[in-house]
Design a protein around this ligand. Structure first.
Ligand code: IPM
Ligand code: MG
Length: 376
């Protein structure tokens, strides 16, 4: 012993990368590079990546978006970084249900978390909205509701054909997402939650949704909460953005609201998501919310910022708050320079240029790891 404080043990996290289809194949390697740069500079953790080539190409070869034991291959990972699923030659419901939803639902990642802010340098479309006015987190119920997959078709192709998509909500499912949303709202400075509903028209499940919100609210007396119908919520997002902070909504309502939120913050190319299992029984999955964008795939024009911000969420989930903060600051430093804006933001920068800039900034902020002293 030389009397110095013992070196903290280095943690190792195993990360699955699933680029999927389209520009996912460009932004996920970019995200991996940024994460590796952070790990190289960290004395706390290292990362081991395993790449899974699932998606449309896998479907063409094997008739499945991912292997039958795909979930087992992912189960022991600490987190998943996902690109996008979608292929112009395969029906969307097959690509969605065969991969992304299979992972989200198979791993019971019931909380889908979508932060939205106007990052520095981004020209957002609302003329009366300053960056300080728009700082939201949308919590999307991610395991049931309109995406429960319940329904069917009868008399296919005949004039009397009928089809149903039945939304299913369970008390457990609603309670747990409400509790997650109230807790998240409580952790944010304004402690404000808006429960999005449609209980005027949907008179069964959405009425239960409202009742459970009111019940769970009693556990969080310090959170100011209100209720808003989903249609009115869209107008409020545009007209009074500062009146919102944390929102919780059903699977479909939040799907729609989060696209609006991303557009109001300047671009879908920036917006991140975490599909989270708050109980940590399974790995959680992080992904940019933009799709596979076939129109620009392979051109090196995709905005990697949505993936980088998703990496921030991934690091937060792993408990690596310092690295997460470093990365967020590096992202904001980069977006502030309009020469580093990709086409979706009106610029001409490439995926590689933005990635290089974020990596360079990370290295500048976190000096390379000092060599570990040799024990004697
Ligand atoms: C999203 C996407 C997906 C969804 C699509 C790709 C099916 O829009 O993550 O918001 O609707 O859940
Ligand atoms: Mg969507």
């Amino acid at each position: 012993m030389n009397g110095e404080a013992p070196y903290p043990p280095m943690k190792t996290y195993s990360i699955a990368t699933i680029p999927g289809d389209g520009i996912g194949k460009e932004v996920i390697p970019a995200g991996q590079r940024v994460l590796q740069t952070l790990a190289d500079a960290s004395e706390r953790f290292r990362l081991v990546f395993e790449d899974f080539g699932w998606g449309g190409d896998h479907y063409r070869q094997h008739g499945l978006m991912m292997p039958a034991d795909g979930l087992d291959q992912l189960r022991s990972k600490d987190a998943i970084l996902f690109g996008s699923a979608g292929d112009p030659h395969i029906p969307d419901h097959i690509t969605l249900w065969g991969l992304r939803l299979k992972i989200c639902q198979g791993f019971d990642q019931y909380a889908n978390v979508r932060p939205t802010r106007i990052l520095p340098g981004i020209d957002a479309p609302l003329k009366r909205c300053t960056p300080a006015d728009l700082d939201w987190v949308i919590v999307r119920e991610n395991s049931e509701g309109e995406y429960a997959g319940v329904g069917g078709r009868v008399h296919q192709g005949l004039p009397l054909e009928a089809a149903t998509d039945v939304s299913v909500m369970t008390r457990t499912g609603v309670e747990r997402i409400m509790r997650y949303a109230f807790r998240l709202a409580q952790s944010r400075p304004r402690k404000r939650l808006t429960v999005v509903t449609k209980s005027n028209a949907q008179r069964h499940a959405m009425v239960m949704w409202d009742e459970i919100a009111a019940q769970v609210a009693t556990e969080f007396p310090d959170v100011h909460w209100d209720k808003e119908l989903v249609d009115a919520a869209t107008a409020r997002m545009v007209n009074r953005p500062a009146s919102l902070d944390t929102l919780v909504a059903t699977n479909l309502h939040a799907d729609i609201l989060s696209d609006l939120a991303a557009a109001l913050a300047g671009s879908l190319g920036i917006a991140p998501t975490g599909n989270i299992d708050p109980e940590r029984r399974f790995p959680s999955m992080f992904e940019p919310i933009h799709g596979s964008a076939f129109d620009i795939m392979g051109l090196g024009l995709a905005n990697p910022v949505g993936t980088f911000w998703s990496c921030v969420m991934l690091l937060e989930h792993l408990g690596e708050a310092d690295a997460a903060q470093t990365l967020m600051q590096a992202i904001e430093h980069t977006t502030a320079d309009t020469r580093l804006h990709t086409r979706d933001l009106g610029g001409t920068a490439t995926t590689a240029e933005v990635t290089d800039a974020v990596c360079a900034r990370v290295r500048a902020m976190a000096p390379a790891r000092s060599p570990k002293p040799v024990p004697h």
